[in-house]
Ligand binder design. Structure first.
Ligand code: NAD
Length: 358
């Protein structure tokens, strides 16, 4: 297969980790007879420096013309002082919107070789943890009406609005149901229906849609506060976890921490087409940028998800996942996942060893 991949390396450790993922993709192409071409594009702080804006029109145009997009991370202290609409993160929200990406899938998997990295008790993690958080990405409070005012009694005041439509809830429910069908057939839908009107609509819609179109999928509800507790109490009870934009943002980071390192977790964002955005869940880690110590595995696994979910290459996905597992079992570790008796290597060498294990 021939595939054209847009690469948004971004800022901080972005260039190092995307270079590692591209190296692994090149090895996959050579091994399985594909042709992958890579087009580097600017987004985030690097785009602000080069063009004065976080998401140049050229980047949007070329991403839309590609088969899929690989992203490192954006942002850093250099741009923190800029106003909200000029900041690197604005590029991220902008590209998601331009590509119509309304679903964010974040698998939080605990790798057998990294069981010691989890803060949870060994007997718990030995049961195996793999939570797939399906997060709604373009609605809810992050996109709702907001404002500030001076209240006569309370002084300076600000507000944001959580707003969801049936259409938005149905399309993300479809993504979760299709995923659940390929896995355990179980979804836990997370909301705050005891307090929020938007959550009551969420709950009604998820059930009505799943019952009508996916009768083989079981949906259970959980309140977000209870879910936050259950993820640390017994994460093995979850498989597919479906939730709104803000709850998903928070719960997926919590699930990530349960698995040990933020440097191991990938995510995909998809809409109605196969052209998606694939990225690690972590940020640009400016504290370790340019020192060849970052863990490239999350970005490598994001590239693997791209092969499976955008290009239908399940064999190639499994080859990358297997190569990561083998490299960890051989004892190679970047600093963030280092434990006693293991061998410490840098970002570049980790990517090379994974590529060699394809
Ligand atoms: P971060 O995820 O960048 O870093 C948090 C901690 O995890 C740091 O100690 C960092 O060194 C470590 N870390 C992260 N990724 C790692 C990796 N691959 N290997 C080893 N260690 C790793 O979060 P932050 O410090 O809150 O944010 C830094 C910048 O990234 C900010 O400007 C923020 O806005 C931005 N950010 C971008 C994205 C994105 O591009 N999607 C997401 C989150 C944060």
């Amino acid at each position: 297969m021939k595939k054209h991949i847009a690469v948004l390396a971004g800022d901080g450790i972005g260039p190092e980790i995307t270079a590692g993922a591209v190296e692994v993709l090149k090895k996959v192409a050579a091994t399985y007879g594909h042709t992958f071409t890579f087009e580097p594009l600017l987004m985030g702080g690097c785009a602000i420096d080069a063009c004065g804006e976080p998401l140049p029109a050229h980047t949007v145009e070329r991403c839309l013309a590609s088969d899929s997009v690989l992203l490192g991370a954006v942002g850093g202290p250099k741009w923190d002082g800029l106003p909200g609409d000029k900041r690197p993160e604005k590029g991220l929200l902008g590209i998601r919107k331009a590509m119509g990406l309304y679903s964010n899938i974040r698998p939080a998997k605990l790798w057998r070789a990294l069981a010691d990295a989890s803060p949870l008790k060994r007997e718990l993690v030995e049961k195996g943890v793999e939570i797939i958080v399906v997060r709604e990405l373009t609605g809810g409070i992050y996109f709702g009406e907001r404002g500030t005012c001076t209240d006569a009694d309370m002084g300076e005041t600000a507000w944001d609005t959580e707003k969801y439509s049936v259409k938005e809830i149905e399309r993300i429910t479809r993504i979760a149901c299709e995923l659940a069908q390929k896995r355990s057939g179980r979804i836990v839908s997370v909301d705050k229906a005891n307090v929020l009107e938007s959550s009551r609509l969420w709950r009604r819609t998820v059930h009505a849609f799943a019952t009508k179109y996916y009768p083989d999928v079981t949906v259970a509800d959980m309140l977000v506060d209870n879910c936050a507790m259950q993820i640390v109490k017994d994460p093995t009870q979850f498989d597919v976890l479906l939730t709104s934009n803000m709850f998903g943002d928070i719960l997926s980071d919590e699930a990530a921490q349960v698995t040990g390192s933020i440097g191991m977790l990938a995510s995909s964002s998809l809409g109605d087409t196969t052209c998606g955005l694939y990225e690690p869940i972590h940020g640009s880690a400016p504290d370790i940028a340019g020192r060849d110590v970052a863990n490239p595995i999350a970005t490598i696994l994001a590239a693997a998800m791209m092969l499976r979910d955008s290009f239908g290459m399940t064999r190639e996905y499994a080859a990358i996942e297997g190569a990561v597992e083998r490299t960890l079992e051989e004892g190679w570790r970047t600093a963030d996942i280092l434990s006693e008796g293991m061998k410490k290597i840098g970002c570049h060498e980790m990517a090379r060893r994974i590529a060699d294990n394809i």
